[in-house]
Write a protein that binds this ligand. Sequence first.
Ligand code: SF4
Length: 282
Amino acid sequence: MSAAPTLPHPRTGAGFPSPVPPAAGWPGDPAGPATPVARSAADVVRLAGGCADLAALDAASSVCRACPRLVAWREDVAVVKRRAFADQPYWGRPAPGFGDPHARLLVVGLAPAAHGANRTGRLFTGDRSGDWIVAALHRAGLASRPETVDAADGLVLTGARMVAAVRCAPPGNAPLPAERDACNGWLRREVQLMPAVRAVLALGAFGWGAFLGAARGFGWTVPSPAPRFGHGAQVTLIRPDGVPVQLVGSYHVSQQNTQTGRLTEAMLDGAIAAAVAAARTP
Ligand code: SF4
């Protein structure tokens, strides 16, 4: 059998097949050759529960195969590619969380973009949505640089971490409820492993709902009826130990919103400022 064809990484020049196997040397790849692979929602819960820290969670979630439809889609996109990126390898795997493991602010997005994070291997990297949120985090003093290009560009987040409610690129940016619920196992563990978080910025109604589901899943007090998403909406969630965590809503940084003016830079900056203020609350 002949080896899978490789293409050079656009920054490092190292060759990779698409999708990228674990431990092949991709910049920032958290997985090793023995990282266990989840193949069902029950596996996600079991493996996530066994992760002692975010590094282990990043690794395990980056090789997850629990949702057959999304695994097939992400890998097919990685092989077919978009014409503009036809000369690049595609990550083609789940995008784990990215940023400061001790952050007080957690940003929750929807899912990786097919030709963004599914190509670069880093959340909110390689597409216009990433450009928007990283530039805004930079203006807020939370990102080391104003743009995001690839997983080897040196971007560092301080005081903030980003996660996706669903870690695989979905067709039409529309995960199924069962896929959202399966991936919630990773999200719940991610939050458990970030005890310093005091504010969550939900980008879009999907991230808002997914985070509320996660919060209920680990026993936080969530107002009933469920608070409705809106740009600038806020709700206080209470952890079992009494610590409040502020959930702040922002329209998603999708091109559909940013190109139509539904979400402006000023609006995004305002939502981030509200979340940062809440995150600084003792
Ligand atoms: S969406 Fe989440 S649970 Fe489903 S395969 Fe991807 S990483 Fe695993």
